[in-house]
Design a protein around this ligand. Structure first.
Ligand code: UDX
Length: 437
């Protein structure tokens, strides 16, 4: 099938590359000249494990093309995906101006029947708005479909190639058939394509992300309670997770969720609710808990140093909002750095992928270490903010010899408390008893 993807950001590039991988002819359109020339020259513009190999192969085999010209890009396409940004506006609602601008242009450009697909996370009712914007100028038949993505950064290729489900929102039989054919290779293993109306598809995306964010904030509150009551959150997590109705996944407490989706989507759903005079109270609490959770380690650190962090030097492992990505949007590490520096402390950081991005945002506010161990030199304590695999089984002898004192504040519960006790560390984590020196 011939496909066009408008927008070569994270979602667009993964979508385009993965559709090319299943034999489709894909043209990606972007207004950013620089990006398009880089991509055309084989230079990938995002970090996503496994994507580069597919990208290079499909580019070489000429199933993947890039252009800045929308008219040329959509000419032969049967399906046009809109993977454009929907940044939150001042009031938290999603800004649709990028999408609607392209929709306006499409109306003029369409010469035969095409399926236009909203891939970006958009508020309920957007498919109708896109339809109206195209219809203003269109002289041919077309359908607008809502097909939200459920990609996790770091495993996006796998999520795309083997989705748990594909959600297709359309009331048109013709579009349903086209979309069903396009996705058939991705659901061979038996996972469903769930067809529904456009609005339900749009809401499904927000409901999924908000539910997952709720699970996390719930566990973060349970963790706080565990500490206060002397229980262990690891035990409680396993105890409840073995109930199929609850499920084992997404029950890990930590220092809050970040990234480009959860914070934005929860906020947007709250806003959408307000617009129909409904106060989504659970989600207000989810956001509130998450904001506080990002600084969960601070009182622990402050207590240890009796309220005085002036002149203290910390090593911080992990900057990305989660492992296997260089994304630092809403990353808890940045909030921790800010708070420590405000208290007069200095910080030396290490992250396997995210350091250039952090440097771009906070510059020389911290020192950037070459590796996880050099970050520890002369530090009073180690703080862990992201659970990268390389941090999970570190060389504790090196940690001991580099740190001034054996003190670790772990926001991701990477180590066993009894083991840390045995090794002689003061070790604070989330929802578990601390080990003492
Ligand atoms: C998420 C959704 O999972 C994905 O379906 C959607 O399309 C986009 O948003 P992503 O933001 O890439 O994906 O990350 P995810 O792996 O879901 O983690 C989100 C955040 O939750 C991270 O900050 C992570 O640290 C946190 N998290 C996750 C927890 O704190 N505890 C958990 O148990 C799981």
């Amino acid at each position: 099938m011939k496909i066009t993807v408008v927008g070569t950001g994270y979602v667009g590039l993964v979508t385009g590359t993965c559709f090319a991988e299943t034999g489709n002819d894909v043209t990606c359109v972007d207004i950013d000249v620089n990006k398009v020339s880089k991509l055309s020259a084989g230079q990938i513009t995002i970090y996503e494990p496994g994507l580069e190999k597919l990208f290079e192969r499909n580019l070489k085999e000429e199933r993947l093309h890039f252009t800045t010209n929308l008219a040329e890009g959509i000419q032969d396409a049967q399906v046009i995906f809109l993977a454009l940004p929907t940044p939150p506006g001042e009031d938290g609602s999603a800004d649709l101006s990028y999408i609607l601008k392209v929709a306006d242009q499409l109306g003029v450009l369409l010469k035969d029947y095409k399926v236009i697909v909203d891939k970006s996370t958009v508020p309920v009712g957007t498919a109708d708005k896109v339809h109206a914007a195209i219809a203003k100028n269109a002289k041919v038949e077309f359908d607008v479909v809502s097909n939200p993505e459920f990609l996790r950064e770091g495993v996006a290729v796998e999520d795309f190639m083997k989705p748990d489900r594909v959600v297709i929102g359309t009331s048109s039989e013709r579009a349903r058939k086209v979309m069903g054919d396009l996705y058939a290779p991705f659901v061979r293993q038996g996972n469903p394509i769930i067809y529904m109306d456009e609005k339900s598809a749009e809401l499904t995306k927000y409901a999924a992300n908000s539910f997952l964010a709720t699970k996390i904030s719930f566990m973060n509150e349970i963790a706080i309670l565990c500490e206060k009551l002397g229980a262990d959150v690891d035990m409680v997590r396993r105890g409840i997770g073995s109930d199929d109705r609850i499920g084992k996944r997404f029950l890990f407490p930590g220092i809050g969720y970040g990234g480009s989706c959860f914070p934005k989507d929860v906020q947007a759903l709250v806003k959408s609710s307000q617009e129909v005079q409904y106060a989504f109270r659970i989600l207000d609490a989810v956001m509130d808990v998450n904001e506080k959770q990002k600084l969960f380690l601070l009182p622990k650190i402050s207590n240890y140093y009796k309220g005085n962090l002036k002149g203290k030097h910390f090593a911080l492992w992990g900057l990305a909002f989660k492992p296997n990505t260089d994304d630092i949007r809403e990353a808890p590490a940045l909030y921790i750095i800010d708070a420590l520096v405000k208290e007069g402390a200095t910080v030396s950081v290490f992250d396997p992928e995210a350091m250039p991005n952090v440097k771009g945002v906070i510059g020389e506010k911290v020192t950037y270490a070459d590796n996880q161990y050099t970050a520890l030199e002369n530090a009073d304590a180690l703080i862990i903010a992201t659970e990268w695999s390389v941090f999970r089984t570190p060389d504790f002898d090196k940690i001991t010899s580099s740190l001034k004192e054996k003190v670790v504040f772990d926001g991701r519960n990477l180590f066993d408390v009894p083991r840390m006790q045995e090794l002689g560390f003061f070790y604070e984590s989330v929802g578990r008893k601390p080990s003492t020196i």
